[in-house]
Ligand binder design. Sequence first.
Ligand code: N7H
Length: 475
Amino acid sequence: MAVDTEPTVDESRYDIQAMILYGFKRLQVVRYVFLRIEDAAETRRYLGAVLPQVSTAVKQHGKTEALQIAFTHAGLTALQLGQDTLGTFSTEFQEGMAKNTMSRVLGDTDDSDPEKWDFGGPKTDPVHVMVALFALDQTALDALHAAQRALWKGAMIEVHSEDGGRLPQDKEHFNFHDSISEPYIRGSGEPQPPGQDTVEPGEIVLAHTDGYGQPARSPTTRAANDPEGLLAISVMYPSRRDLGRNGTYLAFRKLEQDVPGFWNFWRANAETAEETIWLASKAVGRWPSGAPLALTPDRDDPEFTKPDVINNFLYLDKDPEGYGCPVLSHIRRTNPRDSVPITPEISLTETSRHRIIRRGFSYGPFLDYVKENDDGRLKADNVRRGLLFIAINGDLLRQFVFLQQTWANNAGFQGGINQKDPVIGDSDGTNVMEIPRNPARRRISNVPRFVQMKGGAFFFLPSISALRYLAWGGK
Ligand code: N7H
């Protein structure tokens, strides 16, 4: 079957879990419940029972709650899938996020070492399943959770949970407007805001055509395992059935943010409170309002937060040298757009193969920098807060892991020396941040690590058909 005759993502909505296309912006609270499978048959029964409640990507507008289910490789093993099926998942998913080599690749070392994680590490209970519950408020969330508990009783044990919520004005804890720039999935049928870049559907949804014009590598199972015909025929291996089609991979990371540490560091390097905000914005690449530094380099101007402007920019025409948005800032590293030093066209194609969909919720109380700062400084309060970060992508290694390793943690990114992503890099306290300026650049030394990793895992977020197959007892 030719790839381009396959149904589009839009036509496959009924089979796709909602969070691939929706951030559930209306839903204010989330609880990620991490579970260990105790009884495989009972877990299949639970999956069958919960299936009608799993939110699909069929229009979510007006919905007051949502439920999504994802599995780790250990979880699929506990569900008794055969080795022949388990071995078709990507190697990094099979090995997991807490494995020694992956920890070094991601910079999960020292205080971010899996040994110290709250969950998902070698010293905590294994995570098999994540059930993500979204609701309008805490009362509704608790009720949703209680109903699920009754349903999975006897099947799975809760090993951990994380609660998240929205901060005022779409901010994250460092006080910057977040969730602005997401890629548009070709054929998704969603509106495409001005400036939003397009990625091929297989960059996000498995078995659809990816950025190389190939069907995105997707886990499969023997045709004989699926006598009921619950799964589609694999495009790549027509003798097999596609377990991954319309599903995706997801990286979940609990990223703890040192908010007083972040602001006090920039304050210590600035003459004034105003310059403090300028320095922090140079690290991020946007002003706190979300206005891009590439378009408004000197001041946080609300004109540049309008929907047709806020994400409608490339770097080479407006800011080739990074005088506005430094080359080494967080947003220019994690999406260099046209500015990878090749040709702009190749840069855009190259970058489109390293995009992720981000689905973050914050945890912990908001320490509002605008209200709480004293001449630009914040009092350390030793409260845990951060981002429950989710990256959704068809290829964990080429997308999420690449961003963290090759662009964020790479001290030599685009010719830099000893410079890591000042927001999410695994800085060791000796790194520098260089701010290009005319006539002389400015260097900030000894940038510490402001974000520590506290727990997580790689998950497979199956399609509705794959969930039905798992519930039926598919191997
Ligand atoms: Fe980042 N921050 O508050 O500084 N991020 N991020 N991120 N991030 C973005 O453009 C932040 C993290 C990306 O297309 C904005 O939507 C924080 C990880 C990508 O131009 C802000 C944390 C990874 C983009 C932040 C964190 C990424 C992006 C601007 C952790 C991947 C889009 C808002 C605590 C490995 C870039 C926006 C583009 C934007 C922040 C984590 C990637 C404000 C605090 C782990 C691809």
